[in-house]
Design a protein around this ligand. Sequence first.
Ligand code: GLU
Length: 281
Amino acid sequence: MRTRFAPSPTGPLHLGHAYSALLADDMARAAGGDFLLRIEDIDQGRARRHWEQQIFDDLHWLGLDWPTPVRRQSEHLADYAAALARLGDMGLVFPCSCKRRDIEAAAGAPQEGGARFGPDGRVYPGTCRHRARADRREGDALRLNMARALERLEEMPEVIETCPAHRGRHRLDPAWMCEQVGDVVLARPGWGASYHLAVTIDDAAQGIDTVVRGEDLFEASFIHVLLQGLLGLPVPVYHHHRLIRDDSGKRLAKRDDARAIAKYRAEGATPADIRRLVGLA
Ligand code: GLU
C-alpha cells in the first residue's frame, strides 16, 4: 500500500489535517506500506514557503516521516502540460474566457435556480464550448468537454471506496457528470493545471494506490477517475474519511487558527493528545 497526505501550503495545518495525515500513515504502517507527503502548491498566488516549512515541522512533531525530496506541484508543470496536450489531441479541451459573473448570468437568475454547484464549483453553461483549442487567448482557462470525454470511455470508471461509511464500488453516472459536474477546468489562467488535473497526474506519478482524503472530496474523486480513464492511468482505491468538526458541528477551515496544530503545540499538548482529540488514540 502506498498512501499520501497532500496539503496545500496556504495556511496552518489544523486538527482535520492531523487526522488525515495520521490515518494515512496508520493505514500504510498496518499494511507494511509507504506514506508519502506531497506539497500541493499549484496555486502559486496563495502558496507560501513558510507555510510549507510549518507543515514539515508539524508533521514531524506528530511523529510522521516520509521519503524526500517531497514532490511539489510547482516543479512538475511539464507533466501537467503533457497531460493537457494529450487531452487536447483527443479533441476534449476548449479555451474559456468566462468569468464567474458570465457563468452566473448564462445560468439564469438565482430565483430561476441560478448556477448549480458541483465538485468543480458552478456547473459551466457551455458558452465557450464551440471554441477551438488553438484559439486560446491570454487569460483564458482550459476546460474539459465533459459530454465528449464521457463518450470516449469504453467503460464508465468507478470510485472504489474502502472507508466503511461509503464502502463499495461507485460507478460514474454520465448524466450526473454532465448535470452536476459539467465542463471542469483543467488549467486556470496563470496556473499550469487545475487542482483536479494536477492531483490525478501526481497520484499516478507517485504510484499512490490508496488515496486517503476527507469525505468533502468524495464527489471530486469522480472527476479524478474520469481523468485516469481518459489518460490510461492506474486507478487507486479511495478512503474518504470523516471530517473533524468544531463544537458547533462546522468543519474546520484553514483560517480556523484556534484548531491549528501549532497552537496546540505552543500550549503544551503532546502528539498523543492530538491523536486522542481526533479519535485515533
Ligand atoms: N490539497 C488538498 C487540500 O489541502 C487535498 C488534496 C487531496 O487530498 O487530494 O485540501
